[in-house]
Ligand binder design. Structure first.
Ligand code: ATP
Length: 234
């Protein structure tokens, strides 16, 4: 399988604070890989490093065979990296439809457009004319993911998508991800919700204090209660 996104030896700092230590990870075409770790483990920093929002001090990010460690985030979006950040950032004063239009990326095309997105997200279709800021947290998360899909990314990167969602919305998110997997979407997500992560992922990479401490297929992870207890809140 083609490796879509690969990071090797990432060392990332905020000022003098060394946050990521030699982080390696990769995502192959059609896979759903979950980066797991507690609060503050370094999940968001890993996403920021991959996307170029914080440039790692050393290490490499390769996307579809192209070295892009220092490429600006908007250019990474143009080559097919689609990030839904932890804070979602729906545009409150714009309608749902306008939010989706803002997700279009020049030069990128594919199966996703307003029609196919509305088919996938019927609730958003019903709320097409509502302002983004009036949606619930869960609906905003769906809108943020839908907007990222409008850019037809080659990898969809979801930073803690289940955070703050009601159990019902987590269920909808699970259904959505399983649906995207059926469409062979390549997904990298981060999570601390073990049950949710296990229900959607093919592989996990566990990070703790900025170090990758475990990586395995989902079945091995499911059976490894020691790792779950040691590095994740269970
Ligand atoms: P969370 O679930 O809390 O988002 P996370 O695994 O995504 O956790 P990060 O946000 O990547 O973790 O944070 C990793 C470490 O970096 C933490 O110790 C955090 O306190 C620190 N950190 C995050 N942002 C900054 C910053 N702007 N300046 C300095 N330290 C930071």
């Amino acid at each position: 399988m083609e490796v879509i996104l690969e990071a090797t030896g990432l060392n990332t700092f905020y000022g003098r604070s060394h946050i990521l230590f030699d982080v390696d990870l990769h995502v192959a075409a059609g896979e759903t890989v979950c980066l797991m770790g507690r609060n503050g483990a370094g999940k968001t920093t890993t996403f920021r490093s991959l996307m170029g929002l914080t440039v790692p001090r050393s290490g490499r990010v390769v996307f579809r065979g192209r070295e892009c460690t220092r490429l600006a985030p908007y250019r990474k979006a143009r080559i097919g990296m689609g990030l839904v950040p932890e804070d979602r950032r729906v545009f409150g004063p714009f309608t749902v439809r306008e939010n989706l239009e803002l997700g279009r990326i020049p030069g990128r095309s594919g199966d996703w457009n307003a029609d196919t997105v509305f088919e996938q997200f019927p609730t958003l279709a019903r709320f097409a004319s509502r302002l983004g800021g009036t949606l619930s947290g869960g609906e905003q998360q769906m809108l943020a993911i839908a907007r990222a899909l409008m850019g037809n990314p080659d990898v969809l990167m979801l930073d803690e998508p289940s955070e703050g969602l009601s159990p019902v919305m987590v269920g909808s998110l699970k259904e959505l991800i399983l649906n995207l997997k059926e469409k062979k979407t390549t997904i990298l997500l981060s999570e601390q919700n073990i049950r949710f992560a296990m229900s959607v992922s093919d592989r996990v990479v566990v990070i703790d204090k900025g170090h990758v401490v475990h990586r395995s297929g989902i079945e091995a992870f499911r059976q490894d209660e020691a790792v779950q207890k040691r590095y994740l809140a269970v």
